[in-house]
Design a protein around this ligand. Structure first.
Ligand code: NDP
Length: 311
């Protein structure tokens, strides 16, 4: 029986995960098909319930469902519980186990960003969605002692801080209002700056004016398509070291593959397929990518190079 692994999101048509996961299944000789399921929020619970059938090996979950999936699975791992977000589902018989491999993905990206330097202690995070939760958890676990969260809607930033409450009691984790003067002051005190908003998918958009960015920051933009966002370009011009979200995407995907299959992920192949898919998407904003080039939702991902953007 061909097993099925699905990516549940809304939208999903432009996801890059299929490019690397299908290639990895094929290379490992696993008879499995990676499918894209576009499911609106009201359809999420039925989609998750469907996964209990034997043919399903598991699933990925993406925007905007990561947080809403938590109560729909039977068990969560420590990381999914701690972040309040699920991006990967595995099966134990009919039982569904929720994981968060974005944390592993972010940790790889953070280590690569910091390189041989001593792990810094202060960070500014833009965003308070599912991605930001993995980022904040990863920063807490890496020993950061001051993490400031800015979100367009302050209440969501405050909810994130409250959610981490006890696990961050030993440190300063705060949500602050999105005002340029406050952002500028906090960026000048931080060493690591992470964009976990979706602003920048369009290469002309950026979440904050470049003038606010001081030199010498380590900047990670979770966006990977375009491969160089305007934020990255402006931060680099200011003298910062910058990185996009490709490494995080690759490593969260590799961790998911290993959870579904119990086999080591073919990392080089997955990186190659991901880079091909990003190159095929180029710098086209996600919402302008020609639909004809994207895989059809509910269909297997046959041609990795046809996939363009988003996760
Ligand atoms: P969510 O939908 O959960 O959160 C979106 C975030 O973006 C919120 O904080 C939202 O703020 C903010 N935002 C959206 N529009 C604007 C705007 N116009 N101005 C300011 N803020 C805005 O998404 P995720 O957290 O799952 O994903 C966020 C980004 O991170 C996406 O681009 C995604 O592709 C990327 N990502 C990359 C990963 C990787 O592996 N590289 C992994 C996970 C995410 P508000 O709450 O105020 O609406």
């Amino acid at each position: 029986m061909t097993r099925r692994v699905v990516l549940i999101g809304h939208p999903v048509a432009h996801s890059l995960s299929g490019a690397m996961q299908q290639a990895a299944f094929d290379a490992a000789g696993i008879d499995a098909r990676y499918e894209l399921w576009d499911r609106a929020p009201l359809e999420l619970s039925d989609a998750i319930a469907e996964l209990r059938a034997e043919e399903f090996l598991g699933a990925n979950v993406t925007i905007p469902h990561k947080e809403k999936t938590v109560p729909l699975v039977d068990k969560t791992t420590d990381e999914a519980h701690a972040t309040g977000a699920v991006n990967t589902i595995t099966k134990d018989g009919k039982r569904l186990i929720g994981h968060n491999t974005d944390v592993a993905g972010f940790t790889h990206a953070l280590d690569a960003l910091v390189g041989k330097q001593k792990m810094p202690r202060g960070a500014v995070v833009l965003g308070a969605g599912g991605g930001a939760r993995a980022v904040v958890f990863g920063l807490v676990r890496a020993g950061f002692t001051r993490v400031i969260v800015f979100n367009r809607h302050l209440h969501r930033g405050e909810a994130l801080v409250k959610f981490f409450g006890r696990s961050a009691a030993h440190m300063e984790l705060r949500a602050m209002p999105w005002h340029e003067s406050v952002l500028e002051a906090e960026l000048s005190k931080a060493k690591v700056f992470v964009n976990a908003t979706s602003v920048g998918l369009d290469p002309n958009d950026t979440p904050i004016p470049g003038e606010l960015i001081p030199p010498d920051l380590l900047v990670l933009d979770l966006i990977y398509n375009p491969a160089r966002t305007r934020l990255m370009r402006e931060a680099e011009a200011a003298g910062c070291h910058v990185m996009n979200g490709e490494g995080m995407l690759l490593h969260q995907g590799a961790a998911a593959f290993e959870l579904w299959t119990g086999k080591p992920a073919p990392l080089d192949l997955m990186r190659e397929k991901l880079e091909e898919a990003i190159a095929a998407g180029g710098s086209t904003p996600a919402d302008e990518t020609p639909v004809a080039d994207a895989p059809v939702a509910d269909a297997p991902v046959a041609d990795a190079s046809a996939v363009a953007a988003g996760d």
